[in-house]
Design a protein around this ligand. Structure first.
Ligand code: GUN
Length: 713
């Protein structure tokens, strides 16, 4: 077996920093920097008992590419031989692991066995002195069956112990600040707030584990688990990884990650192996009950179930533990890849069908997304929707839950809030619309299958609003190439399922069109001949598409959109799609062909910038004006020092951002401005405005072009 090189220590100034590399709603691919390399999140810290090593930590590092593990400092502290060795040689040597060593503090032992003898300061000092990377303060375990008063006391005592624990950790030891609060949303949110706020002598907490949840997982109370997670996340700083203490079944990974968990830890791989059980991404299987492996791994390929059953118990345990760790690692890789591809929610949805309790919990989450309440859970649900890029490339299968996916909900809510009827019609007239034409029974791309019907309907009555009936609701024709609406996968029949009248009225109401008469048309075969005079209608439709996308996706007022498109010309691709859009002869916009969004050129950014007013508020400043449906294209305001670099086209790094418009959407275009509001560059936002307020490592905006390239700054 080839050995994996030892990790590279972080730069001293990066110690404890967390950066977000990519995201899909609340799910994020991140990196936590430590002296023993990086934790590439979402990840699992396997629990290692220093006395019983089912799989050697060195093997975990070399073979299973485990970046970090968790062990118990209290167990070491109690055993003289272990503590003496660790104090002399360090914890990494004791367990023979070169990567990140995280330790727990004895709190869990106090939950299982009653009290622990170790002191609050003593256990942190011990973790510091044995060279742990991320230690844990001694928190008070809040059991779900405790009274509210007892839980309040668990939260309070944990918070009281926080400052001294951070002080004793010194410069080098990063600390976990656990969030207790039992089943109470408000107490979880309170704990998130107070633990997140402790500044510490050297630094605040580096990671926030959600504690007190093991009894819920033992009883498969997943709804409560997700409720706790969403409540705690409502107040926790977004620049710190969230750890689910004691959660490590692969079944729970996709959903937990979709809701924002970065780190898991668990002894499940070893405990289940001891009990003769195999982990799979969809549940647990008993070795006793199988003739063939239901889920393969490189370890199990060596054996049949019969052969493993015949092994001596220690050997059997090792085989099963290796398999369990392998499944755990590969399911986490699958989740990370799903985040990169914008598919974490789909994965969570698929996995929800694997267990009744998980399905119930998943459906509960959908309800929270559909109708966010005004408590902490609602805050997190709203953030999840608004941080999800509403458009994405690639197809999506039509399944029951598709309409509640966060990106679909986001797009629908943006449509409902920002889409407006055209200010004027193709024949140059203005005035109110006279009817809605619903195109149904036709397949995408609608510009091929239905344009002739759209044009003849508009010819017949210029004041018509044309909408398309899709399996996930009505969309204006101007959005016909927005993905995934134009890219739903399923049998041909899915395009021939007309909505009933009530559904139509409900959907039209969302677009504020329910007062208009509507007609429903199924486009017939495409005629060979072009309809006479159709070019003028097509040009008008192109303009509507740009105005609507700029307004719905980028918040630009349709009045400005109309200005941009009033003298617009375009260049079309071989497949007759608009590729470049010119305003007064200048190339300003390129429609994004892969997802239906908008891509700006530098001139386009300058044009949109000319419509924006004062610079964004600095972080921490309160906005006192009214909420606007069309606040203009989102802007990120950077510090003076960064201007020469960003102005030349370098990316905006976290930590150099002074303020950002709250409606900034990761993955969508934004402008970068200086503190006076002057344009510096334009690009794509990587994180939300709230994250930019907290993060100080990693990319904030991927710059497409600097606006100061020719200036002499
Ligand atoms: N391990 C599992 N749950 C907990 C918890 O609530 N606190 C600590 N410190 N460790 C845990």
């Amino acid at each position: 077996m080839s050995t994996r090189p030892d990790p590279v220590p972080c730069r001293p100034q990066d110690l404890g920093k967390f950066e977000i590399l990519q995201r899909d709603g609340s799910a994020r691919i991140g990196r936590l920097h430590t002296k023993h390399g990086m934790l590439n999140t979402p990840m699992l810290l396997p629990v290692v008992n220093p006395n019983i090593r089912t799989i050697e930590p060195r093997e975990m590092w070399d073979k299973y590419r485990v970046d970090g593990l968790i062990t118990n400092s209290y167990v070491m502290w109690k055993h003289n031989d272990l503590s003496e060795y660790a104090l002399e040689h360090g914890v990494h040597k004791l367990i023979d692991f070169p990567g990140v060593v995280v330790t727990d503090s004895g709190t869990f032992q106090s939950y299982v066995y009653g009290d622990v003898e170790v002191g609050v300061e003593e256990i942190v000092e011990f973790q510091r002195d044995i060279g742990v990377d991320v230690g844990t303060m001694l928190d008070v375990f809040g059991r779900p069956d405790m009274s509210r008063d007892q839980i309040i006391s668990a939260v309070d005592i944990t918070a009281e112990r926080a400052p001294i624990s951070l002080e004793k950790a010194g410069e080098g030891l990063l600390l976990n600040g656990p969030i207790q609060g039992g089943l109470h949303d408000d107490l979880r949110a309170l704990a998130g707030q107070v633990m997140g706020d402790v500044s510490g002598v050297h630094r605040g907490f580096t990671v926030h584990p959600i504690g007190g949840i093991v009894p819920l997982m033992e009883n498969q109370k997943y709804r409560e688990l997700f409720q706790i997670l969403l409540s705690a996340k409502s107040t926790l700083p977004p620049n710190r990884p969230i750890h689910l203490f004691g959660c490590g079944h692969p079944l729970l990974f996709p959903m937990s990650i979709a809701l924002g968990v970065d780190i898991f830890d668990s002894a499940a791989y070893a405990l289940f192996a001891r009990g003769g059980r195999l982990l799979t991404p969809t549940g647990t299987v008993r070795l006793e009950e199988i003739q063939e492996w239901p889920h393969q791994s490189s370890e199990l390929f060596n054996w049949t179930p019969e052969e493993v059953r015949g092994m001596e118990s220690k050997e059997r345990e090792k085989v099963l533990a290796r398999h369990n760790l392998e499944v755990t690692q590969s399911e986490l890789a699958r989740c990370r890849e799903a985040i990169r591809n914008g598919k974490i929610w789909q994965l969570a949805e698929e996995r929800s069908h694997s267990s009744g309790q998980l399905r119930e919990a998943f459906l509960w989450v959908l309800e929270q997304l559909d109708e966010p309440d005004d408590g902490p859970v609602g805050v997190s649900a709203m953030r999840m929707i608004s941080s999800t890029n509403p458009v994405r490339s690639g197809g999506e299968n039509l399944v029951d839950d598709i309409e509640e996916r966060p990106h679909i909900l986001h797009f629908k809510s943006l449509l409902s809030m920002r889409w407006r009827i055209p200010g004027s019609w193709w024949d140059g007239s203005s005035g109110p619309p006279k009817r809605v034409v619903i195109i149904e029974g036709s397949k995408p791309p609608w510009r091929d299958s239905s344009l002739h019907t759209v044009i003849s309907s508009l010819k017949e009555e210029p004041n018509s609003i044309v909408v398309i009936s899709t399996p996930i609701g009505l969309i204006p024709y101007s959005m016909e190439d927005v993905s995934p609406w134009c890219h739903i996968d399923g049998s041909d029949e899915i395009w021939d399922l007309p909505l009933d009248e009530d559904e139509i009225v409900e959907e039209l109401d969302e677009l504020d069109l329910s007062d208009l008469p509507f007609i429903r048309i199924s486009p017939g075969p495409v005629p060979e001949e072009k309809i006479e005079g159709s070019q003028i209608i097509r040009d008008w439709l192109d303009k509507c598409s740009i105005v609507d996308k700029l307004s719905v996706l980028n918040g630009l007022s349709p009045t400005y959109g109309c200005k941009i498109t009033s003298d617009m010309t375009s260049r079309r691709s071989k497949t007759d799609r608009m590729v470049n859009l010119y305003s007064k002869g200048v190339h300003v916009i390129s429609p994004r062909l892969n997802d239906g969004g908008i891509s700006l050129t530098l001139e386009g950014a300058r044009l949109l910038h000319s419509y924006s007013s004062k610079p964004p508020l600095s972080f921490g400043e309160e906005y006192s004006g009214e909420e606007l449906d069309h606040p203009g294209i989102a802007r990120v305001m950077i510090i003076d020092d960064a201007i020469p670099f960003v102005g030349q086209g370098r990316n905006v790094m976290q930590g150099y951002v002074l303020g950002a418009d709250p409606h900034l959407i990761p993955g969508q275009p934004c402008l970068v401005v200086d503190s006076k509001g002057n344009l510096v560059a334009h690009g794509l936002a990587i994180t939300t405005a709230r994250e930019m307020a907290y993060l100080n490592k990693g990319l904030a905006v991927r710059i497409r072009d600097g606006a100061l390239k020719d200036s002499d700054i």
